[in-house]
Design a protein around this ligand. Structure first.
Ligand code: ZN
Length: 299
């Protein structure tokens, strides 16, 4: 299925799911983030776009459609914070030998000077190249002279250097990026019955207003004893809620019959860095727009 066919398929699936959840005669798709409804032609004019969860640049799948306004707000801010964070983690893994292949920019500090370098890890062997284009020529010459001096004087042993990857990310935005990933994953899995429930309103509001703090304590540190990288958990104990594990973080979302003050409960019960274990029903992340609750209810 190509991109256009996939968009059309998601539109049709979303439109038939929406008819089961709200009273509406026309075929419309509702953006899960802003709740605006769109007709089919919104696909042709590029107003409804494929939404990847997690972001496409970190290997996410296209799981739903969102409107271009919601997609671009998050693309420039929260999604890019997630991408930059993953790049930084990758660089750290490459330098410490946990990742066999990597390419990226870094700075190399040695002998009191820092220059820009390309850091390349190819099947575990590291190479560091200082390209002319991204360096001050005088610094580069001074650096070469210093290296030559070390070489000629035979002083290589014990010379210390520092490699710093050129990747910075906004931690708070990257967490809201994870919140959005969890929200889209749950939309694809459960459907409109879940995301249009009023308990999910603060989540939508937080994704749209990413600069303000709408909710707190929506993420917890994943239990390191659990090997599965990703899952959805319909938590039964100690509280009724949804957990979406995204690698090292676990995002907690309200469940339909769960407590109204979920985040207050979490902030009182858990410290930020405390790994949390849940009891409940575990599901794999969806691979497509499934909307299980919408279609389950009417059959
Ligand atoms: Zn929208």
């Amino acid at each position: 299925m190509n991109r256009n066919e996939l968009k059309r398929h998601y539109f049709e699936k979303g439109a038939s799911a929406l008819k089961k959840v709200i009273s509406i005669d026309q075929d419309c798709y509702c953006c899960p983030i802003c709740k605006k409804v769109f007709l089919l032609k919104a696909i042709e004019v590029g107003i409804l776009t494929l939404e990847h969860a997690p972001p496409k640049k970190v290997g996410g799948r296209p799981l739903a459609l969102t409107c271009n306004k919601c997609n671009s707000i998050s693309g420039y801010s929260i999604d890019s914070a997630v991408v930059h964070r993953e790049r930084l983690f990758d660089a750290a893994k490459a330098i410490t030998g946990q990742k066999r292949n990597y390419r990226g920019r870094a700075t190399l500090s040695m002998g009191g000077e820092a220059i820009n370098v390309r850091l390349e890890v190819d099947e575990g062997s590291i190479s560091i190249k200082p390209p002319k284009k991204i360096n001050n020529p005088q610094k580069l010459t001074a650096y070469k002279n210093y290296m030559m001096h070390l070489h000629e004087a035979g002083k290589w042993d014990g010379e210390k250097f520092t490699i710093t990857p050129l990747a910075r990310y906004h931690q708070k935005y990257s967490k809201i990026g994870d919140l959005k990933t969890a929200f889209i994953i749950c939309f694809a899995f459960f459907g409109y019955t879940f995301v249009l429930n009023k308990r999910l309103s603060p989540i939508r509001e937080q994704i749209i207003n990413y600069k303000t703090e709408v909710i707190d304590r929506y993420w917890l540190v994943s239990d390191p004893k659990i090997n599965r990288k990703h899952f959805i958990c319909l938590i039964e104990k100690p509280i009724s809620a949804i957990a979406v594990k995204i690698d090292k973080s676990t995002i907690i979302l309200p469940w339909l019959e769960g407590p109204k003050d979920l985040y207050k409960y979490l902030s009182e019960k858990y410290e930020y860095e405390e790994p949390v274990t849940f009891e409940g029903r575990f599901f794999n992340w969806p691979e497509t727009l499934e909307m299980k609750l919408d279609f389950f209810k009417s059959t």
